[in-house]
Design a protein. Structure first.
Length: 123
């Protein structure tokens, strides 16, 4: 009876040790995978931050270009109105939905139109 009990204790101890070794290997594998996933996540996050910064620069550049074009169109409208003698319509307004403030230069004041002689059509 004692021999049987000793055998059961030894066999149970071996089984427990094997299970502990297997569970340790499993946990180590999971920790290694999570470290890889974390490094992939951090690399992707850095890449997205870089792309976001590039997009912000591009948005600012586009907003500045739009403002310059609005100024050019306003100047052209003022020149046209001075040539035709008609008062210019309201200045072209450009909306900006960007959260980044951009400098908003004021357009040059329209020159006062000089009276032009009436234009006659040639037949």
């Amino acid at each position: 009876m004692i021999k049987l009990t000793k055998k059961l204790v030894v066999i149970s101890t071996i089984i427990i040790l094997v299970l502990l070794l297997l569970s340790r290997a499993y946990v180590s594998d999971k920790i290694g995978n999570s470290n890889l996933n974390l490094s992939d996540y951090n690399a992707r996050k850095e890449d997205l931050i870089l792309k976001q910064e590039q997009l912000q620069v591009l948005i600012i550049t586009l907003n500045n270009t739009i403002q310059q074009e609005i100024i050019k169109q306003t100047e052209l409208a003022n020149k046209l109105s001075s040539l035709t003698g008609k008062p210019s319509s309201s200045p072209i307004s450009g909306g900006s939905s960007s959260s980044t403030p951009t400098p908003n230069p004021t357009p040059a004041p329209a020159p006062s139109p000089t009276p032009q002689p009436p234009v006659t059509r040639a037949s």
